[in-house]
Design a binder for this molecule. Structure first.
Ligand SMILES: [Zn+2]
Ligand SMILES: [Zn+2]
Length: 272
């Protein structure tokens, strides 16, 4: 049996999380995790600097210090494996800028996440009301098309919170099985792993990202999985990942993937 790890931790740098990177590593050690990684929000590279919101992502001048801090923690706490990652927004048309901002650093993994549909930050509580402007089926199609595009860029090592579009509980009248099947087959073709993200349990949607219907399709298509809590405070490191693993096992999943310098290895599903 493998052991629990958590690849999705933020820090105070993004402006809406609390705690230093060191506090997250200490919480992980205390929680008995064997491996953790940071996936801090990448600077808002697709916007002119004056339009970037310091409560959404770290400013570009903090980026190098973030990397340095994580690498220093790796040396300071040899009792746990500390991975250097980043959560990069996928914004169509800005791929070259993204690759340029990623290039100088020794990432273990780069998350691809979609937090914007046509410039609308749907997962931000301040803009939640704009769901009413959409037909939900259409919104889901638009959102998942962006996730497929993200996978096809080849820039990302893992896709973050794959169905976060459901965050506030907006759902099609019935599960969009055909859409989920298409998503699963397209992601399987690209070979990009999907994060199983336990933060969904504590949102209005009240279920794992990805939810049960999507999870089944991903497993059937052979898409690999990794694990993240999306912790925005040290006490949430590893939170509910045991429940996520139980759900994965019940769905027939037997392994996960881990990353080392953007190379992937398959590990057994942790005991839970
Ligand atoms: Zn965040
Ligand atoms: Zn995210």
């Amino acid at each position: 049996m493998g052991e629990l790890f958590d690849y999705h931790m933020h820090t105070y740098l993004c402006g809406h999380a609390v705690g230093s990177a060191e506090e997250y590593v200490l919480a992980a050690i205390q929680g008995g995790l064997v491996e953790v990684g940071f996936a801090e929000h990448i600077p808002m590279y697709w916007l002119p600097p004056a339009q970037r919101d310091p409560t959404i992502a770290m400013p570009e001048e903090s980026f190098e210090g973030y990397v340095r801090t994580v690498l220093d923690l790796r040396d300071a706490y040899p009792e746990i494996t500390v991975r250097l990652g980043v959560e990069a927004d996928y914004v169509p048309g800005h791929e070259d800028r993204l690759e340029a901002i990623l290039a100088p650093y020794p990432w273990d993994y780069v998350y691809g996440s979609v937090h914007y549909v046509d410039g609308w930050g749907f997962d931000n509580p301040a803009y939640k009301h704009r769901y009413m402007e959409w037909q939900i089926e259409t919104l889901y199609e638009r959102y998942f098309a962006l996730m497929i595009d993200a996978a096809q860029t080849g820039i990302f090592d893992v896709l973050g919170h794959l169905d976060v579009i459901k965050k506030w509980g907006h759902r099609p009248a019935s599960p969009p099985t055909e859409l989920y099947r298409t998503v699963a087959l397209e992601l399987a073709k690209c070979g990009v792993p999907v994060e199983v993200n336990s933060a969904g349990y504590r949102r209005a949607c009240a279920e794992l990202y990805p939810g049960p219907e999507l999870l089944v399709e991903l497993l059937a298509a052979g898409v690999p999985f990794t694990l993240g809590s999306d912790a925005h405070m040290p006490k949430d490191v590893g939170r509910d990942l045991d429940a996520a693993v139980r759900q994965l096992r019940a769905a027939g999943c037997e392994s996960l993937v881990q990353f080392d310098e953007r190379r992937r290895s398959v590990v057994p599903l942790p005991g839970a």
